[in-house]
Design a protein around this ligand. Structure first.
Ligand SMILES: Cc1cc2nc3c(=O)[nH]c(=O)nc-3n(C[C@H](O)[C@H](O)[C@H](O)COP(=O)(O)O)c2cc1C
Length: 196
């Protein structure tokens, strides 16, 4: 009997075509262990959150985004750092996803395992952005993987050979994060089963 693949939804927090952070999700797709499927969700088509729009029903793209999260076993977020925090496009996406269904119950982010990675050209290594992202995802009751924390600087050097895929050392760090995430999902599922 073959077990179903583990589904990971990779979300780059940047709209830039050759985004370094999108490159980390590309890397995750390339180095995913056997039995793990990484799909990428791009944030381009999500509207800005507006409670008036939401009151008339989620726009189609918001529904697609929420469904993609609901169907994933875990999320992998690659966050840039903007002004010492999370980029607006990423926060906007989380705000939409954090909303509970009108029919009741939890949001798709509640209890969802999440791994965070990030890369910047600068010397902050995305540390302040990742701290804020953890704070936000704690509020949404998501299960954020504590370790390894993949915080990377010197982005241009990592992409000197291919603007869309980082170097081998970076890919290995992403692979280590994916391996840890698979373990983390297993523990989260066991905890959820024990709570039932
Ligand atoms: C509005 C804005 C604010 C930024 N603030 C920071 C910052 O606080 N720290 C940092 O290291 N880089 C900062 N940067 C540089 C980004 O890290 C850089 O543009 C990076 O390439 C963005 O990620 P991406 O390549 O995935 O699009 C900022 C860039 C922009 C556009």
């Amino acid at each position: 009997m073959t077990s179903r693949p583990i589904k990971i939804l990779g979300i780059p927090g940047s709209l830039r075509q050759q985004s370094y952070n999108r490159g980390l999700i590309n890397a995750a797709q390339e180095v995913a262990p056997q039995g793990v499927e990484v799909t990428m969700y791009l944030l381009h088509d999500l509207p800005l959150y507006n409670a008036d729009v939401e009151a008339e029903g989620d726009p189609a793209e918001v529904t697609r985004f929420k469904n993609a999260i609901a169907e994933a076993d875990a999320i992998l977020i690659a966050t840039p750092q903007y002004n010492a925090s999370v980029p607006g496009v990423l926060k906007n996406a989380i705000d939409w996803a954090s909303r509970r269904p009108r029919t009741g119950g939890d949001s798709v982010l509640a209890d969802k395992p999440v791994a965070i990675v990030g890369v910047t050209p600068g010397k902050s290594f995305t540390e302040p952005a990742q701290i804020d992202l953890r704070k936000i995802l704690k509020f949404t009751k998501s299960r954020v993987m504590p370790e390894p924390q993949v915080k990377l600087g010197a982005a241009p050097d990592r992409y000197s050979e291919n603007p869309e895929l980082p170097d081998e050392e970076t890919r290995q760090q992403i692979r280590a994060a994916l391996d840890a995430l698979v373990e983390f999902i297993t523990v989260a599922e066991a905890k959820a089963a024990a709570a039932d």
